[in-house]
Design a protein around this ligand. Structure first.
Ligand SMILES: [Zn+2]
Length: 329
């Protein structure tokens, strides 16, 4: 049960949140650290002819409580969690934004697109409702270094955007869809139907998605013993989309299942593995109950077979992959 929070405490957090929104953008009230030097994309041979590319594209800074709420505050109502998070004044250093390229014998699949150097400009927020566009830079700070964009990262993998016919978006926050405009005009974008429902909450930037039928709702049709139902993306059915709601109610992830082990490209389902084990939650979840259910599913998957979870902003992804993509004995 959610703990009871007194009315004065509630009003305190709401007042602090309002203060954060009328105040300057995060980048101005907390001096921007120097950008990290560009990290080159890295490739990992997973087996069965599948190569996974980690593409670092852009960076993001958030409040410490955005990444993780103190345990004593983690159980408040969904409505109060956001004001609490916004009242926090400690900002993280730059965190990686990761796009993933699955180079599979059947096709190349991109998962997310990272953040763009244009974050925060009026062109970037074109078509986005005014209050959302104004509020966004008060919630996060994001950018990319010159030359750190999706097209250049793909070039390191020997590809151009024209080689990508499918891009799965875990959700529609800026640091995941920041470079959709660099994709080719025929690239299909797979987004969960729940994510596509317009909402004033959740900071979804639906206006940044291309118009027309390129954006397609995910259809989870194949039953799966751990993940409920899934949407296969390959004939071999070894790459599929699963539903991992919580961070946003339409958040989804992509699984690469190689039989004896699997990889879950888990977006912002959590910030790191420890959160799953401790059942602590980031401040930025739309629905706490769904977040915890998603943790349960990911933990159950680990019990079924060796499973590596890859989170968008986890600085240990590369080490984890280097360790895990060795052949199992
Ligand atoms: Zn994110």
């Amino acid at each position: 049960m959610a703990p009871t929070v007194s009315l004065p405490t509630k009003l305190y957090y709401i007042a602090r949140m309002i203060g954060a929104f009328v105040g300057p953008p995060v980048a101005r009230w907390s001096a921007r650290p120097a950008l990290p030097s560009n990290t080159a994309p890295a490739a990992f041979e997973l087996g069965n002819g599948v190569t996974l590319w980690q593409l670092p594209v852009g960076v993001v800074r958030v409040r410490e409580w955005h990444r993780e709420l103190p345990r004593e505050l983690a159980e408040v109502d969904d409505d109060l969690r956001f004001p609490m998070m916004m009242s926090n004044t400690r900002i993280t250093d730059w965190l990686d934004c990761t796009a993933w390229l699955i180079d599979h014998p059947e096709r190349c699949i991109l998962v997310d697109t990272g953040e763009s150097i244009g974050f925060g400009t009026s062109a970037y927020f074109e078509g986005v409702p005014k209050t959302l566009a104004k509020g966004y830079p008060k919630i996060i700070d994001a950018t990319a270094a010159d030359g750190n964009d999706l097209t250049q990262a793909l070039a390191v993998a020997g590809l151009t955007p024209a080689d990508i016919d499918l891009c799965v978006l875990t959700h529609t926050h800026s640091d995941h869809i920041g470079n959709v405009d660099q994709l080719d005009h025929f690239t299909r974008l797979l987004v969960s139907p729940e994510e596509l429902i317009p909402s004033s909450r959740g900071g979804r930037l639906l206006a940044r998605l291309p118009q027309g039928d390129r954006v397609q709702p995910t259809t989870l049709t194949e039953p799966h013993e751990v993940f409920g139902s899934v949407m296969p993306l390959t004939e071999r059915k070894d790459v599929f989309v699963i539903s991992t709601p919580g961070h946003t109610v339409g958040h989804q992830s992509v699984v690469i299942d190689l039989g004896d082990r699997q990889f879950v490209i888990a977006g912002d389902a959590a910030f790191n593995d420890q959160q799953l084990l401790d059942k602590t939650i980031p401040g930025i979840v739309e629905n706490r109950q769904l977040t915890l259910q998603t943790y349960e599913v990911l933990l159950r998957a680990q019990q079924m077979k060796p499973t590596l979870n890859l989170f968008t902003h986890d600085p240990t992804n590369r080490d984890k992959l280097a360790e895990f993509s060795r052949p199992l004995q």
